[in-house]
Design a protein around this ligand. Structure first.
Ligand code: GDP
Ligand code: MG
Length: 607
């Protein structure tokens, strides 16, 4: 027992948080290198970014845990569990879950960029988890580094005492040992809780051979290889076949004790049996009640995912189930589309999240997907206190009398240099924003707060903000409330038939412009048919934009070098039947590229 207590005393669990690109993954690299966790010749830049999408885009979207052995300046050996986290607003659920496994965090701020919107958001998250926060100004090697201005911003925006701030260059390795010593001296060891064994599953992934690998933080008691365990939400029992820590590869151990972060494998083959946030306890002498778990997430954006041409629904289903283990913020339910057939309506935390999910599904799970336009969840009131939630525009009750419609609004924070205040305000006004507040972080930087419709934020706000602030603006948002709005369903008709998966819900003032754009794109993307094809955008029964694709002027009989009359006639008959059938069922053949082109016009890319 004494040995165990000592072991706990020398354990620290901490995360690294920051705005995107402020150097979290690079600092993690240096820590891995300096502590000899990864030999220098094996260390790749952003070593903990292990996903293909992360390496390619240079952005972290997954938390990653790693255990480090470090001999601190007091001469003692410490086990440090480090969790690297993403910085983008869409992935704050990853951040909040990793923070729940930690006692402290390093908060990095770029010495040139200064405090940005996600710096504030992540700081608030760490504060609400009662974590010790170690502020670090990173990239001090850069010629434009302005340490005094950045410290001032940290004091102003975050109430951080300048004397507490450490200085580092993750690139050059300067200040990294001081950072690690601060982790040891400022962050408390995990408290030892006696009694019932309880561990939280904070993440997981699916291994083709071994099934579910659950990532756990043990809060009390211990888990050993060979133990029979129970997952408290289902009551199911399993035997631990392997348990261990991340180095960052999985390294087996005999046991994990209270305070430890690691993984366990227990022969769970069905992805649906494991739920992130669930409590693991021992089957013999189980805990009386589970750990609090995680806050239930509300998706911000929905879109349909369908198997693309030649792909099977079954593959899509299996991929989503396995993927769900690694990304609990993704929700999905069945959907059927007139155009794409069977698929799923998926809920995401934002557009960037949606993009990453699709890319990961395609790369890591090898399914090919068509995604429909993203939409927020609207509330349609049929009576005063009775509404339905619409997360698919095709469900919009057009034919019924509606009392009112509401859309979600967010509290948007934009941080930018003062010279861009005018441009940002103009953009927010255009996006139907309502000004709330201004706060000066320093003489040069300002934080603006707006109440703005979520649908406007997810559309192309980020790109517009970047361009109107020459890349210096950053943003964060959180759900505020549902408010009344003048919304309509914009229908797209091809050959007079509604193309269900192309419908959108838009603000009345925007309907014409959006409809016009889609109709123009479709005209270019739909190949000519043997008959005229009309493409229309309509609100209710009113057509607001129309384009016509003229028929092909191909003379099929030309192929039949005169002569054989019966063959000629047969061909004409067939062509007629075909024509009729196509027209009758409104079967205009629209190539998949056409949909993708349309979806691009409604979904502007995030970073
Ligand atoms: P993250 O998004 O917070 O994980 O940031 P990364 O670690 O991916 O770093 C973003 C960029 O900043 C990369 O190009 C790094 O090479 C660079 N970077 C990180 N730390 C430093 C530093 O201390 N000095 C300089 N000059 N560049 C750095
Ligand atoms: Mg990173």
């Amino acid at each position: 027992m004494a040995r165990e207590v000592r072991a706990r005393k020398n354990t620290r669990n901490f995360g690294i948080i920051a705005h995107i690109d402020h150097g979290k993954s690079t600092l993690a690299d240096r820590i891995l290198e300096i502590t000899g966790t990864i030999p220098k010749n094996e260390l790749k830049p952003q070593h903990l970014d292990r996903l293909e999408v992360e390496r390619e885009r240079g952005v972290t979207v997954k938390m990653q845990a790693v255990q480090i052995d470090y001999t601190a300046s007091d001469g003692e050996l410490y086990h440090l569990n480090l969790i690297d986290t993403p910085g983008h607003v869409d992935f704050s659920y990853e951040v909040s879950r990793s923070l729940a496994a930690c006692e402290g965090v390093l908060l990095l701020v770029d010495a040139v960029q200064g405090v940005e919107a996600q710096t504030i958001a992540n700081y608030m998250l760490a504060l609400s988890e009662n974590l010790v926060i170690i502020p670090v100004i990173n990239k001090i090697d850069l010629p434009a580094a302005d340490i005094s201005r950045v410290s001032e911003e940290m004091k102003e925006a975050l109430d951080i005492h300048p004397g507490d701030i450490l200085l580092a260059s993750a690139k050059e390795g300067r200040g990294v040992c001081e950072v690690l010593d601060a982790v040891v001296s400022r962050i408390p060891p995990p408290s030892i809780e006696e009694g019932e064994t309880r561990s939280i599953i904070f993440d997981s992934h699916y291994d083709t051979f071994r099934g579910v690998v659950a990532y756990v933080r043990v809060f009390s008691g211990a888990l050993r290889k060979g133990d029979m365990i129970t997952l408290m939400s289902s009551g199911r029992r399993y035997e631990i076949s392997e348990i261990g820590v991340f180095k960052p590869e999985m390294s087996p151990r005999e046991r994990l004790d209270s305070g430890d972060v690691g993984y366990l494998i227990a022969g769970i083959k069905e992805p649906g049996e494991v739920r992130i946030g669930d409590t693991v306890t021992l089957a013999e002498g189980p805990a009386s009640k589970p750990l609090p778990g995680y806050k239930k997430l509300v998706p911000m954006v929905y879109a349909g995912y369908f198997p693309s041409e030649g792909e099977s629904f079954e593959n899509l289903r299996a991929a989503l189930m396995k993927f769900g283990l690694n990304d609990p913020s993704l929700v999905f339910e069945h959907e059927r589309s007139g155009i794409f057939g069977y698929g799923y309506r998926c809920g995401f935390l934002g557009l960037f999240h949606m993009e990453i999910v699709q890319e990961r599904l395609e790369r890591e799970y090898e399914v090919s997907i068509v995604a429909t336009a993203p939409t927020v969840v609207y509330r349609v009131f049929l009576r005063e206190d009775e509404y339905i939630e619409i997360k698919n525009p095709t469900e919009y009750p057009e034919n019924r009398k509606l009392l009112k419609v509401q859309e979600p609004y967010v509290r948007l924070t934009v941080v930018a240099p003062v010279e861009f205040i005018g441009a940002v305000m103009e953009l927010c006004r255009e996006k139907r924003g309502e000004f709330r507040n201004t706060e000066y972080l320093s003489e040069k930087r300002v934080s603006l707060e707006y109440l703005l419709p979520l649908s406007e934020v997810i559309f192309d706000f980020f790109d517009r903000l970047k361009s109107c602030t020459r890349g210096y603006g950053s943003m964060n948002y959180e759900f505020a409330s549902y408010l009344d709005s003048d919304l309509v369903k914009l229908k797209i008709l091809v050959g007079g038939r509604e193309a269900d998966s192309l419908s959108l819900i838009v603000h009345r003032d925007e309907a014409y412009r959006r409809g016009r754009r889609i109709v123009e794109r479709l005209r270019k993307a739909i190949p000519r048919h043997q008959f005229e094809v009309s493409v229309q955008a309509a609100v209710g029964s009113r057509v607001i934009a129309r384009e016509t694709i003229p028929p092909m002027r191909k003379n099929v009989t030309a192929k039949c070098y005169g002569g054989d009359v019966t063959r000629k006639r047969k061909l004409i008959e067939k062509q007629k039947a075909g024509k009729k059938r196509l027209k009758n069922v409104g079967n205009v053949r629209i190539p998949q590229e056409a949909f993708l082109a349309i979806l691009d016009t409604v979904r502007e890319k995030q970073p």
